[in-house]
Design a binder for this molecule. Structure first.
Ligand SMILES: [Ca+2]
Ligand SMILES: [Ca+2]
Length: 465
């Protein structure tokens, strides 16, 4: 996470460059927000979105914009910001450029039928409230690339004043969504998909993303995927679902075509009252070098780590310390081993080449081990070290450390140096800036993100009361 905020700093010089007219495409203009209100004055973000031509860039300097109603319209007259043309929106960094929904409507909407192509970078999107169409923070029918940003403390409330369930506390995606260097935290859905909701037929690609502290009244507290989801270098932690899929739910009773591909992913500290504390899959899930640890469910034999009712294949996957109804229980359902996995117990029934069962992995806590996201380190002497298959393992680990270190790839999302030490990290080190130097930048970034997350939690608790 510390690196994530370091990446955010890149948005500032880029924004400056754009405001000087150093824009990529010929004829495209750069407009800069000069008024942080939302009452119709020129110079405000809403007015600039309306005034911009397709292909333009809007720069938002540091500051907080709180949106005003009315809610429930899609022509950018009020409430959520409706983007009906291709635009780039460039904040000065997630720590300093805040777009607050004012708890009257969502924050960004990319509606059908325009289905615009939109790039948003360097912002925090918070305090959105959806009461009908889903997506407390963002609803996307178009093609959205969101980078170096935070989506936090948004709510998808029950629809139409309390009846039907709603979807996507943070983001509801019905188009094509790419998240890079994004934190989705402390969002709540009174229904499905507390952090992210990916609709049937939609495509979602997450890289260097943290999904943490989200809640769902039903399924998929971190991520609910009914479409196609690709997660690389992602941490899904501390999300809580009242039904199934504490961290991730993919598939569903009527959407068996859903697919999820997880590579270098850490799933930790999530909880579901029904099935799949970490992951529930009833579609097709392909896991490579994933660590699933410390998740839980409330009843026995319900898959504290993974519950599979579909096709779930695992390779170099580490499953440890997940609880099911208070007892040890990493898996329920059928897990297909492609080899070289580790189960701290026996519930995954691993029978592939190189699989290890009843083997404690000796993991560290979820923390900043360098890289863009928190990870669970393999400590010295871990039997997961060099026990993975090098054939087909990713070129780096979740942090960006080259694989393999030592004789072979390790099992799980983290690649340890020889003897379990932390090897040099080309992705996060950035010339010594991120995580490798003094503690203060890392601590400051952590404190900021914690504050943002706490704020979201407090808000969702208040709304529940
Ligand atoms: Ca609107
Ligand atoms: Ca290794």
């Amino acid at each position: 996470m510390s690196c994530k905020l370091s990446h955010l700093a890149l948005a500032v010089p880029l924004g400056v460059a754009l405001s000087l007219g150093w824009s990529g495409s010929a004829g495209a203009a750069t407009l800069t927000v000069t008024d942080f209100g939302d009452n119709g004055s020129p110079g405000q973000l809403r007015a600039l979105i309306n005034a911009a031509a397709a292909g333009d860039t809007i720069v938002i300097p540091a500051g907080t914009i709180t949106l005003a109603g009315p809610a429930g319209e899609d022509l950018n007259a009020g409430g959520d910001l409706d983007i009906l043309k291709n635009l780039t929106i460039q904040g000065a960094g997630a720590g300093v450029t805040i777009i607050d929904g004012g708890a009257v409507d969502g924050v960004f909407d990319i509606p059908a039928p325009a289905k615009a192509v939109v790039v948003i970078t360097g912002v925090t999107i918070r305090n959105g409230l959806s009461v009908q169409a889903g997506g407390g923070g963002i609803r996307n029918f178009g093609t959205l690339k969101l980078a170096n940003s935070v989506v936090s403390g948004n709510l998808a409330e029950r629809q139409f004043g309390g009846g039907a369930f709603n979807f996507g506390g943070g983001i509801r995606n019905l188009g094509t969504l790419t998240l890079t260097g994004v934190t989705v935290s402390g969002n709540d859905a009174r229904g499905q998909g507390g952090g992210l909701y990916n609709e049937q037929g939609a495509v979602m690609t997450l890289t260097d993303v943290t999904v943490s502290g989200n809640t769902a009244e039903r399924d998929g507290a971190g991520i609910l995927n009914f479409g196609t989801a690709t997660l690389t270098d992602v941490t899904v932690s501390d999300n809580k679902a009242d039904l199934s899929g504490g961290g991730i739910l993919t598939g569903g009773a009527v959407v068996s075509a859903a697919s999820a591909t997880l590579t270098n992913v850490t799933v930790s500290g999530n909880h579901a009252n029904a099935f799949g504390g970490g992951i529930f899959n009833s579609g097709t899930a392909t896991l490579t070098n994933v660590t699933v640890s410390g998740n839980g469910t409330s009843s026995p034999a319900s898959g504290g780590g993974i519950s599979s009712a579909g096709s779930t294949s695992v390779k170099n996957v580490l499953l440890a310390g997940n609880s099911s109804g208070g007892a040890d229980g990493n898996c329920s359902g059928t897990i297909t081993s492609l080899g070289h996995n580790l189960d701290s117990g026996t519930t995954c029934r691993l029978a592939g080449a190189g699989d290890l069962s009843s083997t404690a992995p000796n993991l560290g806590p979820l923390q900043d081990n360098t890289g863009s996201t928190f990870t669970l380190a393999l400590l010295a002497g871990s039997p997961a070290i060099d026990a993975g298959a090098s054939d087909g393992c990713p070129l780096t680990d979740q942090r960006g450390v080259a694989r393999p270190q030592g004789a072979s790839c390790d099992i799980g999302a983290y690649e340890a140096g020889s003897g379990g030490s932390t090897p040099t990290n080309p992705k996060g080190a950035g010339g010594g800036g991120c995580g490798s130097g003094g503690g203060s930048p890392s601590s400051l970034a952590g404190a900021l993100l914690t504050l943002v997350a706490l704020w979201g939690w407090k808000r969702s608790l208040r709304q529940r009361a």
